[in-house]
Ligand binder design. Structure first.
Ligand code: ATR
Length: 274
């Protein structure tokens, strides 16, 4: 039996076990995907304990993605640029390898829900400067975006990310937003605004070209105020659930040695569980 797990705190609302176990069942693989929730201090010890174990690897979610990168022996370029890992693999030689498939999930979601979108065609505006925003910025830099504009309430956090990622990334205050949107090719919300129980994200979308997709990494609720407003204004909309599913696919392949089987509607399963 091949095993993998998601590690987060809290972890009980994670949709990853549902997604991976549905793929395992449909593919007829002798495997299982579990959920683990160590204490904050316990995470590095958990990783040490799993080194060389029979667990193929783990997906890592909040708040452990940065700690996961730190705990690994080697890390892919994309994990280093993101400053975080959502995937750790436990190799037979005892090494721990960090990777990050969130960027594939993000760009994959654009490809699937905003057909024809080219990340290299125009500047991208990302709202936020936490771990999610850094991951999104890294993904767009790697995809060849000519400019990635990070807009954050605390401008210093955006500046720190711009410093880490290089010249393609710039840092801005909220007040600059209208002028940043008017030649943008996409807008991404990577703040926690719009999340259930938080204030909705309301911004003036008028300056954004109508052809530019609007993406929200928040998927609880699936249709945020931002996506509602964007759809109303004629923008293609891209949601965080699609990103979640598409970051899971390469993880599944890394754990179980084959791509997820076709013909399982994991999006419908996840929607029913949201
Ligand atoms: P994560 O690592 O999941 O991205 P985070 O580091 O807590 O989470 O980042 C949350 C993001 O949402 C930050 O960009 C935060 O802005 P600050 O850096 O200024 O704190 C943003 N955010 C949260 N609440 C906000 C609010 N009420 N108004 C504006 N931005 C907010």
């Amino acid at each position: 039996t091949r095993l993998a797990a998601v590690v987060g705190r809290p972890v009980r609302h994670s949709l990853s076990p549902l997604i991976h176990n549905a793929w395992l069942a449909a593919a007829g693989i002798d495997g299982a995907y579990l959920a683990l929730s160590p204490s904050e201090e316990g995470f590095p010890h958990l990783v040490e304990g799993l080194r060389g174990s029979s667990l193929a690897g783990i997906n890592v979610t909040l708040p452990f993605k940065e700690a996961a990168l730190a705990a690994a022996d080697v890390a892919s370029t994309r994990a280093q640029l993101a400053g975080a890992a959502n995937l750790l693999l436990f190799a037979e030689d005892g090494s721990v390898q960090a990777d990050n498939t969130d960027g594939q999930g993000l760009l994959g979601a654009f490809a699937s829900q905003a057909s024809g979108f080219d990340p290299a065609a125009a500047p991208v505006v990302i709202l936020g400067a936490g771990g999610a925003a850094r991951g999104a910025a890294a993904a767009f830099v790697l995809a060849g975006a000519p400019k990635v504009r990070l807009v954050n309430r605390t401008k210093g956090r955006a500046e720190a990310i711009a410093h880490a990622l290089g010249e393609a990334v710039s840092a801005h205050a909220w007040s600059e937003l209208p002028g940043l949107l008017d030649d943008a090719g996409a807008l991404v919300n990577a703040t926690s605004l719009g999340l259930e129980g938080q204030a909705p994200l309301e911004i003036e979308l008028d300056p954004l070209p109508a052809s530019a997709p609007v993406m929200d990494m928040v998927y609880r609720p699936l249709t945020t105020r931002l996506l509602e407003d964007a759809a109303g204004a004629g923008h293609p909309v891209v949601d965080g659930l699609e990103m979640l599913i598409l970051q899971a696919a390469p993880s599944f392949e890394a754990f179980f040695g084959q791509a997820p089987p076709a013909g399982v509607d994991v999006r419908a399963l996840a929607l029913a569980a949201l």
